[in-house]
Design a binder for this molecule. Structure first.
Ligand code: ATP
Length: 220
């Protein structure tokens, strides 16, 4: 699902960035990526979904040589991935249902096809009762669940989640983890960045750590 060959990324000569990362991840895996603030976790995810290009090295995601994609092919590649952002990035003046359905409309699905996917997705994240609410009428945990629904409504093979529990209390974090496990159970490959040690220790998933520009295995 993911392969990095000697990938480095530096933004400028003052920051350390990522250095010579070689890594591969099989389909169906569920991994945590940890590291202190500023270590490069978000940068790693950005490289994976093509929002940043490596300074050197090559990477493939779901069979695509991501670094060489531009324009329409890059947009098509991104539509095949699920990405959960740290700050949710919901559209404020659209309802929950519209925020989630937006992806499907953009892909050209008709109303029937949208409804067929939307309803079970909202159910999966426990938001069927909140479909007509606006983001500012929701709690933080609910907003994060909308962002998960949006990321998975088109059943991507790979889900990249940047600190998906970062702003949530323990109960909400565990709810999010439960949803992510359900997605893993239907075969979606999942990469989660987090600096929440308690969360990492609660589950027995492989753990990678970004440290001094390198990617190390903390738990295989
Ligand atoms: N667009 C950018 N331009 C210049 N430097 C950047 C840019 N984005 C990130 N950096 C720098 O790259 C380093 C890694 O940042 P990154 O956001 O990947 O860290 P992180 O591990 O995700 O941190 P956090 O846990 O705080 O979100 C930091 O030193 C940051 O200042």
């Amino acid at each position: 699902m993911i392969r990095l060959d000697n990938v480095s990324k530096t933004y400028d000569h003052t920051s350390q960035g990522l250095q010579n990362i070689t890594w591969s991840l099989d389909p169906g895996a569920f991994v945590f990526v940890t590291g202190t603030s500023g270590s490069g976790k978000t940068t790693l995810l950005k490289l994976l979904y093509g929002a940043e290009r490596p300074t050197s090295g090559s990477l493939w995601v779901n069979g695509y040589a991501v670094a060489s994609l531009r324009g329409d092919p890059l947009a098509r590649f991104r539509r095949q991935l699920g990405v959960i952002f740290q700050d949710y990035k919901l559209i404020p003046n659209r309802t929950v249902a519209e925020n989630v359905a937006f992806v499907l409309w953009a892909q050209g699905h008709d109303r029937k096809a949208v409804d067929r996917r939307l309803v079970p997705t909202l159910k999966l994240v426990g938001l069927q009762q909140k479909a007509d609410c606006f983001p500012d009428q929701l709690s933080g945990g609910e907003q994060q669940r909308v962002s998960i629904a949006r990321a998975i409504v088109s059943t991507p093979p790979l889900l990249l989640a940047d600190e998906p529990t970062g702003n949530l209390d323990t109960e909400n974090s565990l709810q999010i983890m439960e949803i992510l496990h359900k997605l893993r159970d239907v075969g979606i490959t999942i990469v989660i960045t987090t600096h929440d040690e308690q969360l990492v220790n609660r589950f027995n998933h492989p753990v990678l750590q970004v440290h001094q520009g390198r990617l190390q295995t903390l738990r295989p």
